[in-house]
Design a protein around this ligand. Structure first.
Ligand SMILES: [Zn+2]
Ligand SMILES: [Zn+2]
Length: 276
């Protein structure tokens, strides 16, 4: 599979001259399966999802969107995803099951008046809403594993996506300092690419604890423990300017040792494959 980072920011979009190089859209990753020329699996629907319409170059979206959790920065792109909001589109939307509600009702909590002008039924195209349980699933030809992870305010999944050639783990909002289960360590063991929360720095530790996030150091530590092939630092704080992210990129290799680390930026593509 190939992944395309469409939004790498946490909390809220960050427009402005200081955020041009890494990008200001909130969390969204598009995955293109081998043998295809267009993405059919999307992880999270932050404002970066808007850009997928341009990537699809006029085609209607035909695939699935999986949400790690239901915070605004992971959902607000949904109603503005033009390639999914048209008659020929097919969108299977997966939301972490919780409170005994249907997928449709989980979405409608924030996607209906008075919070938003339309309800889920107002979307054009063939949309299906699924309340996703934890465990292993088959989605768009990928083996996907969903596991509960530490964050704050509602159920949050860490997702592992695997094909015949490699594996990706996606944990955009995660507080490993609050505890990492044996089940999660097993899911992450030897993953080829780990996209992980790196919202805060050590000097901001109280904020990371309050909001249920990771620091860059937490992220590197977890990636080393699980022997990830490559770590992608993701979900940057909206306060982190391009220069501040360059600074992280300059010192993180010394912290990471032989672990390759990439500071996520919008538009970056990565081929996900086991080393040969
Ligand atoms: Zn977030
Ligand atoms: Zn969150």
């Amino acid at each position: 599979m190939r992944i395309l980072l469409l939004g790498v920011r946490g909390s809220t979009p960050t427009p402005g001259a200081d955020f041009v190089r890494y990008g200001g859209h909130t969390s969204c990753i598009a995955i293109t399966p081998d043998g295809s020329d267009r993405p059919s699996l999307v992880l999270d629907a932050g404002t970066g999802l808007r850009s997928l319409t341009t990537v699809l170059d006029g085609a209607a979206f035909d695939g699935a969107i999986m949400l790690s959790h239901l915070h605004w920065d992971h959902m607000q792109g949904l109603p503005f995803f033009a390639a999914g909001d048209r008659d020929r589109a097919r969108v299977d939307l997966y939301l972490p099951a919780q409170d005994g509600r249907s997928g449709r009702d989980l979405l409608a909590r924030s996607f209906s008046p008075p919070s938003f002008p339309i309800t889920p039924e107002g979307l054009h195209g063939a949309w299906t809403f699924h309340a996703l349980a934890d465990g292993r699933h088959e989605v768009e030809g990928f083996a996907v594993t969903a596991i509960d992870i530490e964050h704050k305010g509602g159920r949050t999944f860490g997702l592992r996506v695997e094909d015949a050639r490699g594996s990706l783990a996606y944990l955009p909002d995660h507080a490993p300092a609050a505890g990492v289960s044996a089940e999660l360590l097993a899911m992450l063991a030897g993953v080829d690419v780990l996209v992980h929360d790196a919202q805060f720095l050590e000097g901001e530790r109280p904020l990371a604890v309050d909001y249920g996030h990771a620091t860059v150091r937490d992220s590197v530590k977890l990636a080393r423990v699980c022997r990830a092939g490559t770590l992608v630092l993701f979900h940057h704080s909206p306060a982190r300017t391009d220069d501040a992210l360059d600074d992280i990129a300059s010192w993180v290799p010394a912290l990471a040792g032989d672990l390759p680390v990439i500071v996520a930026r919008e538009g970056l593509t990565l081929d996900v494959a086991r080393p040969t």
